[in-house]
Write a protein that binds this ligand. Structure first.
Ligand code: PGA
Length: 255
């Protein structure tokens, strides 16, 4: 089944709203419309940049989609500092990262929290990008498949087939994030293939629709080989997405 490539920039805690505006304009100059139409090009900015990005994407008809990096599962209430799915969808956010390893490891997000967030994103009519991946110690102990299987089960149990088909999953080995140590294309394919197989066991052919990204030190120079894996449908890009020319090269090299 032909799946549309999805390249997502995860800026993490970088860029003011003014930086975000400049980035969008530079990225727009750097990519042809045709290149953007062959992929989904998603910008996951910090909350403070989303309104600015929404405005420039719409006013200049930029072929980019807006993503957020986090969400809280309640729609509203006394949750100081949190942002809800209806707040994001009101800004035309289309994708939301859930369960990024930095949220899990630094902020203590559990599988249960990740699942509540995923459900809130779906209820808000947006697409979750469910992030999974093992630590270096887990890989060395031979536990990588068990860890990722547990995260996939917790994130997807009980979903409907069409929800699974519309889902994006990002396989991000924690040892490769921000370290310059990219997984080999074989490692990336092995784990993305495992994720699709797990989804197929639970949801049948719906698994053919799910787009699976690799993330972890993706750069313009390694994008094409990583994307060569049959089950690798895109990349989630941290550090290299901060530079619009690098991110444009990643989009181009993914096609
Ligand atoms: P990196 O981050 O590209 O800087 O390794 C990827 C991510 O955390 O999504």
């Amino acid at each position: 089944m032909a799946r549309k490539p999805i390249l997502a920039a995860n800026w993490k805690m970088h860029k003011t709203h003014a930086d975000a505006l400049q980035f969008a304009q530079k990225l727009h100059y750097s990519l042809d419309r045709d290149e953007c139409e062959r992929a989904d090009v998603v910008i996951c900015g910090p909350f403070t940049s989303l309104r600015t990005l929404q405005t420039v994407i719409q006013s200049d008809k930029m072929p980019f989609e807006l993503g957020a990096q986090n969400v809280y599962w309640e729609d509203k209430g006394a949750f100081t500092g949190e942002i809800s799915a209806p707040m994001l969808s009101a800004l035309d956010v289309e994708y939301v990262l859930v369960g990024h390893s930095e949220r899990r490891e630094i902020f203590g997000e559990t599988d249960e929290w990740v699942r509540r967030k995923l459900d809130a994103v779906l209820a808000g009519g947006m697409t979750p990008i469910l992030c999974v991946g093992e630590t270096e110690a887990e890989r060395e102990a031979g536990d990588k498949d068990a860890k990722v299987s547990r995260q996939i089960a917790a994130g997807t149990d009980g979903l409907a087939g069409d929800q699974v088909a519309g889902l994006v999953v990002a396989y991000e080995p924690i040892w490769a994030i921000g370290t310059g140590r990219t997984a080999t294309p074989e490692d990336a394919q092995e784990m993305c293939g495992l994720i699709r197989q797990l989804l197929r066991e639970s949801f049948g052919d719906a698994a053919d629709g799910t787009r699976i990204q690799y993330g972890g030190s993706v750069k313009p120079g390694n994008t094409a080989t990583l994307m060569a894996g049959a089950d690798v449908d895109g990349c989630l890009v941290g550090g290299a997405s901060l530079d619009p020319e690098d991110f444009a090269a990643i989009v181009r090299n993914a096609l």
